[in-house]
Write a protein that binds this ligand. Structure first.
Ligand code: SAM
Length: 263
């Protein structure tokens, strides 16, 4: 599957609509305002997330692979906080021609505008502009929340997870990725990761200030405890890179091993 490239990757690589390099925090203007998923961020987003989130380029295709295990023919998958739809495209790459409905949701008009441009025509993929806290969810086999929960006010996180638990079919899964609230060794290495990817001290400090009020992270144990409270009895970490983690949570005590038969 990891050899199977998505249309999203192809368009990112072939210069069809080249993404710009992230220089957003290279000057002081953006340091003074809270971070927002506006047009400038949407234009630089693939570069920004790749250089800022350790493991992103592994998490996206593997999220597709895990989703493919649970998404039954004709089933529904939500990609919540989809940004440009990288993960939705990874699901499509992983399931081949299997019929399904992927609903990719974001509340940023700029992100969705660009996502639609990148996507081309794919009848199984629908884009929706909505606040995920207000969306009425239909029954689903897979719900993906990659790097999105951390942008919700902390008090809204458990109610959303409870509603997601309620919409999941038997054998379905929630896939969650987040930055973790950690200080010390891994947090320091994360800064080194950004420096190694070409961000200056000014850019790192500027982005940190801009994100301070809008991205509030939780510790790994807080995530696991909240998932249990929301009705996922045995959530597990399936990937960890420095102070970033990905969780899989199922309404059952274990995700069903072979839910979808291979052709
Ligand atoms: C870090 S990005 C997610 C990255 C994306 N999932 C990926 O893996 O490429 C967070 C996204 O969540 C969206 N978002 C934040 N709060 C939201 C909300 N309440 N409802 C819908 N989308 C939201 C933002 O607009 C942004 O596009």
């Amino acid at each position: 599957m990891l050899r199977e490239r998505s249309r999203y990757n192809d368009r990112m690589d072939d210069g069809d609509r080249p993404a710009s390099t992230d220089r957003l925090f290279a000057t002081a203007e953006r340091h003074l305002v809270d971070f927002a998923f506006d047009e400038a961020v949407a234009a630089a987003f693939p570069d920004m997330i790749r250089r800022s989130v350790p493991g992103y380029e592994t998490v996206v295709p593997l999220t597709g692979l895990i989703a493919a295990k649970h998404l039954r023919p004709g089933g529904r998958c939500y990609d919540l906080g989809c940004s440009l739809g990288a993960t939705a495209h990874a699901v499509l790459a992983a399931i081949g021609q299997r019929p399904c409905e992927i609903t990719a949701v974001d509340d940023s008009a700029a992100m969705l505008h660009r996502a639609r441009q990148l996507a081309g025509t794919e009848p199984r993929l629908q884009w929706r502009r909505a606040d995920i806290r207000e969306l009425a969810f239909e029954s689903a086999d897979v719900v993906i929340l990659n790097y999105t929960l951390q942008f919700l006010p902390p008090e809204d996180r458990l109610p959303l997870l409870r509603r997601l638990r309620d919409c999941l079919n038997d054998g379905g899964v929630l896939l969650l990725s987040e930055k973790l609230d950690e200080h010390g060794y891994f947090a320091d290495l994360h800064l080194d990761f950004k420096r190694a990817n070409g961000y200056s001290e000014l850019e790192i400090a500027g982005k940190r200030t801009a994100l301070e009020n809008v991205m509030r992270t939780d510790a790994e144990e807080t995530h696991l405890a909240r998932l249990r409270t929301a009705g996922f009895p045995a959530p597990r970490v399936w990937f960890r890179c420095l102070n970033w983690a990905s969780f899989v949570a199922s309404p059952e005590s274990q995700p069903t091993a072979e839910r979808v038969q291979r052709p």
